[in-house]
Write a protein that binds this ligand. Sequence first.
Ligand code: HEM
Length: 505
Amino acid sequence: MMPTSNSITYQLVAWLAAVAVVCYLLNNIWNITTQASSLSAIPNAHFSAPYSRLWLLYLKATETEHHARERAHRRLGPIIQIAPKELSVNCIENGVKTIYSGGFEKGEWYKGFVNYGKSFLFGIGPNKLHAERKRMLFPMFSNSYVQTSSEVTKILDTILLERLIPQMKMWALNQSVVDIHRENKAAMMDITTAYLFGLGNQTNFLLDPKEKNKLTLFEQAVSALFWMTELPTLVKLCYLLRIPLLSTEVLTSFQSIETMVAEVCDRTKQSLLETKKPHTSLYAQLQEKLEPTLAGPDLDPSVAAEMMDNIQAGHEGPAITVTYVMCELSRNFEVLSRLRLELSSLDAHPTAQDIESLPFLDAVLLETLRRYPAALGPFPRNVPLKGSNLGGFDIPGGTIVSASIYCLHNNSAVFPNPERWLPDRWIAASAEQRKSMNKWLWAFGTGSRMCIGSHLAIRMMKTFIVAVYSEFDTVIVPETSFKQTYGLIGAPVDNKVMLGIRKQM
Ligand code: HEM
């Protein structure tokens, strides 16, 4: 029987597919062998690290990566191989400084960070594009703006003094036990949205229970971070084949957040049109700066994409940090009394500068950022094509390198007894020790890609602590758990911390 033209076509396609698979495998083997030999001088954190990424993926999926990296660094030194083209770095000179302050670019891993189909500051790869976007945003995040802006003061007064403190008075009166982490997230969400969209356009998560429920959407989105960043193709494939890798709630949480943020953007746009006054909000400023290059249908989603990222980063990190400040102050009475003594020197309406000049408050915050980092990373970077030298090893271009913030903060040579929360270590340190501690404290990152919101975050958190601990005590209750997760984000386990609220004795 003669073959039909259909069967010839199928055979041809099958052959082409087989050749493509063989080429792909050969290319992979070639890459792994050449890369393995170029990285062969570097100690392996696991025997499989030069050949497969499975070990690293397993650690990430089980949130044990940071502890495993720490153990491996202690055994093998500051530069170790953790996957075929991937190194973990745990030294500042010739390591973290070279990578993060040396302009190594963000690569493939960040491609999943897209809102409304648009990239935003955190996810932009090329340095040039990143610098352009950063120039547009930076003026409103600079320390001088954050410290001196009367608008920021008004925002903090409105959300903290008019919304949070009256709530706390009620809880204290009723001797309530509260999920303080949820309330802190609500407070930080309202502050962040007021900052991004202007007072009047902000959310009301603190007082409106229906709005507060939307926090669950953000928690669901964070719970999917591992899958979305490490295995995006698998997520798409499972979705298409209707395999329930991620629950429908998790998969739809991204769209629901996009809808929520788009609504706030529309509301703000409308109020801008109505008032016709120049607006200082980040939304208005970015809109104005992007308009000349991004007119048309791309403008609104590009601005909204940036807002959505800032909303996520702006509420989560500060909330995690103040939650752990509250936990520790609830069980460290000596620290609390020292802090109170310092706070008693403030008048009823302290300025940002008054608050900024309190050394013990600063120490409490620094130690919490160190001991309970809200963002643990790792935030990977690509070695430039010309290659680099890290920790004495020549590293080929294209290698992925990163540091774990958990490992950096647990260096016992710099922070003795690193597992203990000791604010006094920042006060008692010599000038030399303090310099070294500042270098190893990496809570906000360093270099051109460091956290753009760090000054704002510090002002939010310090003002929050002053407002709360000038009036209230927090107490540990049987349900209190300090347990932290160790993924990319270091939220409390189950996103929950129960504390009792009492009027100050
Ligand atoms: C305790 C609070 C916070 C912590 C610990 C934190 C931590 C970090 C870290 C470690 C990075 C660097 C990531 C990298 O190197 O790839 C980062 C970047 C970033 N953060 Fe924060 N953050 C906090 C608060 C905020 C706030 C309040 C905002 C804005 C309202 C914000 C917005 C951003 C943005 C937009 C980036 C990307 C910067 C860039 O790529 O140029 N963060 N953050």
